[in-house]
Design a protein around this ligand. Structure first.
Ligand SMILES: O=C(O)[C@H](O)COP(=O)(O)O
Length: 223
């Protein structure tokens, strides 16, 4: 039996300013750092010892994870960063103000772009060619993703890097993003495609999953 704790990063400057973010690499606000520290205290109170930390290649998640590891006095554990844990890529919506887009396209359309499983947002004309992804080959950076596409690029990471460690009995900590964690919750909780639009993950709110030795969920709890 092992435990997984998942955590969305603290408030970013884009969250504060209501901007579509996705793979844009934006920093935490002061409030976001406080949320990360508070989340760290909640995780510390569990007394859990983690075998590894998994996070994305985006600073809002990386910095949150550093703050949490310091709070739980486990800065020494292995830390893995993967583009597969990056936020869902918001395509051509990224950088745009959500309220302004809503005023332009209407509430129904923006809800579909933000919360449906299968709808792909308007795509970028070209990939950004961010050099941090060069080492993984040319097809890693998308021009935009549906939640379904993010789900399918996340799952290999779960299967190869997280699930085996849990099956070996080692607790795992995942610090990632709203939509990649919604995708993981969809997988773990068997949420139907149509129902995933109801699932929200708040900044800095740790969620704990306890598993049996075959990785069935025994208990889920928001800390
Ligand atoms: O990428 C973003 O803009 C946020 O991290 C998540 O935004 P959403 O709640 O609009 O999907």
């Amino acid at each position: 039996m092992a435990t997984l704790v998942i955590l969305r990063h603290g408030e970013s400057v884009a969250n504060r300013d209501n901007i579509f973010t996705g793979w844009s690499d934006v920093p935490l606000t002061a409030k976001g750092r406080q949320q990360a520290a508070a989340a760290g205290q909640l995780v510390a109170a569990t007394g859990l010892q983690f075998g590894a930390l998994h996070t994305s290649m985006l600073q809002r998640a990386i910095v949150t994870s550093n703050i949490v590891l310091a709070a739980i006095d486990q800065l020494y554990i292995p830390e893995y960063k993967s583009w597969r844990l990056n936020e869902r890529h918001y395509g051509a919506l990224r950088g745009q103000n959500k309220a302004a887009v809503k005023a332009r396209v209407g509430e129904k359309q923006i809800k579909i772009w933000r919360r449906s499983f299968k709808t792909v947002p308007p795509l970028l004309d070209h990939v950004s060619q961010d050099r941090r992804y060069d080492q993984f080959g040319p097809h890693v950076e998308p021009r935009g993703e549906s939640l379904e596409m993010a789900y399918h690029r996340l799952l290999p990471y779960w299967n190869d890097q997280i699930a085996p460690r849990l099956l070996d009995g080692h607790n795992q900590l995942v610090v990632a993003h709203g939509s990649t964690l919604r995708a993981l919750i969809k997988y773990l909780d068997h949420v139907a495609d149509a129902d995933i639009s109801q699932v929200e993950v708040a900044n800095g709110e740790p969620i704990r999953y306890d598993f049996d030795d075959r990785l069935n969920v025994l208990r889920k709890q928001t800390l």
